[in-house]
Design a protein around this ligand. Structure first.
Ligand code: FES
Length: 142
């Protein structure tokens, strides 16, 4: 049975999430005061967004970060960077046989953003609440 809850991370209201035993059936409110989940404004400029696999769960909660409009960032998708949530090039080390590439992104406006650190978001690189799913919470990540 799904239940509708409002998700707050610190003082920042995230969005409305429909909980379920599986990581399916999530939705995000579009009415009233529900904030919009941010978008990567340069998503159309690279193909990294189309990668079919996600990396390992680095953390079971998102990371709050101040981001500047117009600045280009590189979000770690593989989950192995030592500079989370951003890429440090670890994915290039051949011994790890990592297939994921980082997601280059920019934000529309300077401000505070919640970046996904479970690496399972459907809205790379931003948190979409997927970390709340049982599958993510059961992993060995932080
Ligand atoms: S270190 Fe993870 S994508 Fe580069």
């Amino acid at each position: 049975m799904n239940k509708v809850v409002n998700v707050f991370l610190g003082q920042v209201p995230c969005y409305t999430v429909r909980t379920s035993q599986l990581c399916v059936g999530r939705f995000y409110g579009t009415a009233g005061n529900d904030p919009k989940i941010p978008k990567n404004v340069i998503e159309h400029l690279n193909t990294a967004q189309e990668q079919q696999t996600n990396g390992v769960v680095y953390d079971k909660k998102p990371f709050r970060m101040e981001l500047e409009e117009g600045k280009r960032y590189s979000w770690c998708l593989c989950g192995r960077s030592k500079g989370q949530p951003l890429c440090d090039g670890t994915h290039k080390l051949v011994q790890y046989k990592i297939t994921q590439r980082p997601i280059r992104f920019q934000v529309e406006k300077s401000g505070t953003y919640w970046l996904c650190n479970c690496k399972q978001t459907k809205n790379r690189p931003f948190c979409d609440g997927t970390h709340k799913c049982e599958e993510v919470q059961k992993t060995a990540g932080k």
